[in-house]
Design a protein around this ligand. Structure first.
Ligand code: DAH
Length: 341
């Protein structure tokens, strides 16, 4: 009996009211005087007296849920009554629906991801709340490196206690997580938000986006890195773009470089945006430092690799001629609606 009740309960729960005819079907099967529930009630007299109160309770419960489901559906499916005294103005314009749109940052990130995935990179992500260990130590930052400074990094404290948790200052710790997790060859990009404790202005904000890249294989050289970046830049900024690799320093790459592209507003002639230089910096890059590989259990004698990390937001600002980075993070609908397609 108990099994019958529970399978009936299941059947009732699963019943879907779609058309008004379903109301009648439901009523006839379950709730009328000759329906399935009433039939169970009539079997109640043959139940063991000790079990009767419990089974009776279950049955009442079944009846109550069936009635409630039916009356709920009756309200929803009841035909709309048109009051013939009130006239409907068929000439009224319809209501416009607001369709959401992709945020400009996501549009640009989407293009970048497409370019790299066409080149065989897959996508990896990591947490924005990161361990100091992954954000700095594993990337070969010495203990007293200035980038760890309170002025740059948002550390998460527990009351007054210092903790080893911070808001990641770059997407490079995702490289570490990937290297600990996967065996070479590795070819990933890691897009995401990063945080820095900087003075907020039209040009810099405490949150921004980066896209990191990592390639580890046998015999990877700086020439491979250059070819990849060239291919990316041509697809992203146009076939005539020129690149400039300047020597630089990052603790996690050796040698390291910063990459400039010809300013795509003035085409390299010099303008306000490129501060008359004709060049815009787009990323840092280099060959993965042997210490970083060793930290992650990858033998630098066998494997080599390159890495790069580029800023996303400036490309967004230039592409859409937005003159204040804060607009990208304030979610003002008047701004976002301009990107509805
Ligand atoms: N993480 C660096 C930054 O935020 C950017 C960077 C430079 C990433 C060189 C890299 C790299 O992967 O190889 O300034």
């Amino acid at each position: 009996m108990e099994n019958t009740i529970s399978s009936l309960q299941q059947e009732i729960n699963d019943f879907e009211f779609i058309a008004p005819a379903d109301l009648e079907a439901f009523r006839l099967r379950y709730t009328v005087r000759k329906g399935l529930i009433a039939a169970l009630f009539s079997q109640l007299k043959s139940v063991d007296p000790a079990e009767k109160p419990r089974i009776g309770h279950l049955l009442n419960e079944l009846k109550r849920t069936a009635d409630a489901k039916l009356s709920d559906a009756e309200q929803k499916l009841a035909p709309i009554k048109i009051d013939s005294n009130k006239r409907i103005d068929l000439t009224l314009p319809g209501r416009r629906y607001f369709t959401g749109s992709e945020h400009p940052v996501q549009k640009v990130l989407g293009e970048m991801k497409k370019i790299f995935s066409d080149m065989g990179f897959s996508i990896a992500t990591g947490p924005e709340l990161e361990l100091d260990h992954f954000n700095f130590d594993m990337l070969n930052f010495p203990p007293d490196h200035p980038a760890r400074d309170m002025q740059d990094t948002f550390f998460i404290t527990d009351g007054n206690l210092e903790s080893d948790v911070l808001l990641r200052t770059h997407t490079s710790p995702v490289q570490v997580r990937v290297m600990l997790d996967q065996k070479p060859p590795i070819r990933v990009i890691c897009p995401g938000k990063v945080y820095r404790n900087e003075a907020i202005s039209a040009r810099s904000y405490c949150v921004f986006h980066q896209l990191e890249g990592l390639y580890i294989d046998k015999n990877v050289s700086f020439a491979d890195l250059k070819a990849t970046i060239y291919s990316f830049a041509r697809q992203m900024f146009g076939a005539d773009v020129k690149l400039r690799f300047r020597p630089s320093f990052f603790p996690f790459t050796e040698p390291s470089a910063e990459v400039d592209v010809t300013c795509y507003l003035c085409g390299g002639k010099g303008c306000r945006v490129c501060k008359k230089s004709g060049w815009l910096e787009i990323m840092g890059c280099g060959m993965v430092h042997p210490n970083v590989m060793r930290n992650c259990g990858i033998d630098p004698e066998t494997w080599s690799g390159y890495a790069f990390g580029m800023g996303v937001d400036r490309t967004v600002l230039l592409r859409y001629k937005i003159d204040d980075i804060r607009l990208l993070f304030e979610n003002d609908l008047r701004m976002l609606r301009q990107f509805t397609v």
